[in-house]
Design a protein around this ligand. Structure first.
Ligand code: TUI
Length: 308
């Protein structure tokens, strides 16, 4: 099986989560320059904004980077063509099935890495030509599946013949080591990167992540078909109340989720904003540079020291 560092041309087998509204050219280029794979997160943006972010990332790094396409976005199809025009080398996808785009992306020579939350989905996409998979446990922030990272990773590793990148609950070298022992070749980081100097979110959001304890996240929307993990606040309580019986329209739901994510990201509104973050927020204690976060994980990894 191909090594993902070789496949992607990166130093550390770490890829950045494609966080909607958050993963701008600033974060993506910082992760790529620090030796991982930075991603421009297309969720929440139209095709022109994503194109602009791609070009700005190209200007800030000569290292490989990719684009995450959030498939529930109304702009996903237009973005799926634009990334080919722009010469994007790596695509990750989330929140849906990328099957209809696979052929044209592969034809264009793009490395395609879907994010999957289950064994069945992993098998289907590995058969459908995925070059690797990000396998995301329910510990992750944002839109999630139901299975824990600890149980999902080895099951997917047994079921597919493509490299597996573990996501959900990983914030330090212990998480990386655990993921490798379970069979993964790399990790995807989201929550810990929220608390980085380069992450372009409001300071209040960063402080919320740093202050969060193990029990401070909650999953909204389990009964509406769009489960999303956020840090508990007034908004998450309101959301859970409004969706108690599942009788809510899709537009209202979109406004509640992506609309309120913007309130948290840009205005720092910690009452009415949707503060997406994973359970690893409890492990994140301070704001550091992206380079410090990545270097620390590798410096302390027992797998990389040859001890495991
Ligand atoms: O996509 C993510 N994380 C996200 S997307 C996002 S923006 C958003 N906000 C509110 C509602 C929906 C999206 C915030 N965080 N992670 C990857 C991921 N993909 N997690 C789960 C899935 C997934 C879920 C269902 C992938 C495929 C899938 O299949 C559905 C189908 O079409 O069979």
């Amino acid at each position: 099986m191909k090594d993902i560092r070789e496949l992607l041309g990166i130093e550390y087998p770490i890829i950045q989560g494609g966080m909607a509204n958050i993963a701008t050219h600033v974060l993506a280029s910082a992760v790529s320059n620090a030796g991982g794979l930075g991603l421009v997160g297309a969720g929440g943006w139209d095709v022109d904004r994503v194109r602009d972010e791609i070009r700005k990332t190209q200007a800030l790094t000569s290292k490989p980077f990719g684009v995450n396409i959030m498939l529930m976005s109304p702009h996903a199809e237009a973005i799926s063509d634009m990334v080919i025009e722009e010469g994007v080398k790596v695509i990750t996808t989330g929140a849906g099935n990328p099957g209809i785009y696979m052929e044209k992306w592969k034809k264009a020579g793009i490395i395609v890495i879907p994010v999957v939350p289950s064994v069945a989905f992993a098998k289907r996409l590995a058969r459908g030509g995925a070059d690797a998979l990000v396998v995301e446990g329910t510990e992750a922030g944002g839109h999630i599946g139901q299975i824990t990272t600890f149980t999902l990773i080895p099951q997917v590793c047994d079921a597919v013949n493509v490299p597996v990148i573990a996501a959900g609950g990983i914030a330090d070298s212990r998480g990386l080591d655990a993921a490798f022992v379970l069979g993964a070749q790399g990790v995807q980081l989201g929550t810990v990167l929220l608390a980085s100097d380069e992450c372009p979110i409001h300071e209040n959001y960063k402080m919320k992540v740093i202050k969060a304890k193990d029990t401070d996240t909650v999953v909204t929307g389990r009964n509406t078909g769009a489960p999303v993990r956020v840090i508990k606040n007034k908004m998450s309580r309101k959301y859970l109340e409004m969706t108690k019986y599942g009788d809510i329209g899709l537009e209202e739901l979109e406004e509640l989720t992506l609309g309120s994510l913007r309130k948290a990201v840009f205005e720092g509104d910690m009452d009415n904003g949707s503060i997406m973050a994973g359970q690893s927020a409890g492990l994140v204690k301070k704001i550091r540079s992206v380079k410090d976060i990545l270097d620390d994980i590798f410096k302390n990894s027992r797998v990389y020291r040859g001890e495991l």
